[in-house]
Design a protein around this ligand. Structure first.
Ligand SMILES: C[S@@+](CC[C@H](N)C(=O)[O-])C[C@H]1O[C@@H](n2cnc3c(N)ncnc32)[C@H](O)[C@@H]1O
Length: 282
């Protein structure tokens, strides 16, 4: 498996090598893996709080459910926190959430059990590009690469539709509605909205592309939590500007802070029906 740390160039012999947990080894290249968030309890907590507060994944699931016509099965490829998997399962979809990182899959398994959704969500810790077995009606790549160089795997896994959500904004500040603060756009040398568009055209598939700009702001316990968040997401230089960021926050009724941000994405809906090879259906 061709994997190496993007910083120290260390070869990662295996995807689940413990090197993944070392601080600089979260940005390696491994087929489709890119700008990997190194999930831990804190980052998962922040992400899931943002999702719950803004309704981002609930609304995205509802949008897909409406637009793609009440599909029964889906793959959430590179599921991360699994917020989208859970939201889809609540609509009745049987979801297979595939994620390489153990911290994320462990957490998601607990969430699934707590929500009583064990019959609808299967969590698999794996590299989705290597999955074999039954395909699903819909495959979802939300902020996970693969369109450009893992097309055979996507054809194998998605029967009807492929959904691709990709960071669409570039440039500074306005991205997260924080004037003077840099955008935290992934340093993604691998795939962009332009390369995805070009690849899909090259494959000769029918697809639509639309902007998907939605609030995805951060719920934070207090100013210390805000500073910690800024440090983890933007680095020391920005963490030092915690007072400015605090001034941008709203105070929630329970006393916590809400840092307004927006996730600016392009949403691609791809028709796979014409090109998919028939595989075992579930
Ligand atoms: C930027 S995060 C996005 C998470 C989630 N889909 C979302 O939209 O919030 C990308 C996720 O994909 C996972 N990932 C990347 N390549 C993968 C692969 N080949 N197989 C499984 N998971 C992968 C990473 O570990 C990370 O959790």
């Amino acid at each position: 498996m061709s994997a190496e740390c993007g910083v120290c160039r260390a070869k990662l012999g295996h995807l689940f090598n413990s090197t993944l947990n070392s601080p600089h080894c979260f940005n390696f290249t491994l087929h489709t893996v890119f700008s990997m968030i190194a999930w831990d309890d804190k980052i998962l907590h922040w992400f899931l709080e943002a999702s719950a507060h803004t309704g981002y994944h609930r609304d995205l699931a509802a949008l897909l459910w409406t637009r793609l016509g009440h599909f029964a099965t889906a793959f959430d490829l590179g599921a991360g926190s699994g917020a989208l998997s859970l939201a889809l399962a609540r609509l009745g979809v049987r979801v297979t959430a595939v994620e390489v990182q153990q911290a994320a899959t462990d957490n998601l398994k607990k969430l699934v059990a707590t929500a009583g959704l064990g019959d609808r969500v299967q969590v698999i810790q794996a590299d989705w590009t290597r999955l074999v077995g039954p395909s699903a009606e819909v495959g979802i790549l939300s902020y996970c690469n693969g369109v450009c160089d893992q097309w055979p795997a996507l054809r194998r896994l998605c029967q009807k539709r492929l959904v691709v959500l990709k960071g669409a904004a570039s440039g500074p500040a306005p991205l997260f509605g924080m004037k003077g603060f840099p955008a935290r756009t992934p340093k993604d040398r691998h795939e962009s909205t332009a390369s995805i568009r070009a690849a899909l055209k090259g494959y000769g598939v029918t697809f639509t592309e639309e902007p998907h700009f939605r609030d995805f702001g951060q719920v934070l316990a207090d100013q210390a939590d805000l500073e910690d968040f800024l440090r983890r997401y933007y680095g020391e230089r920005i963490a030092a500007r915690v007072q400015e960021a605090a001034a941008l926050c709203e105070r929630l009724p329970d006393g916590r802070l809400y840092l307004p941000r927006q996730r600016q994405s392009a949403l691609f809906l791809v028709n796979m029906e014409e090109i998919c090879s028939p595989l075992t259906k579930r």
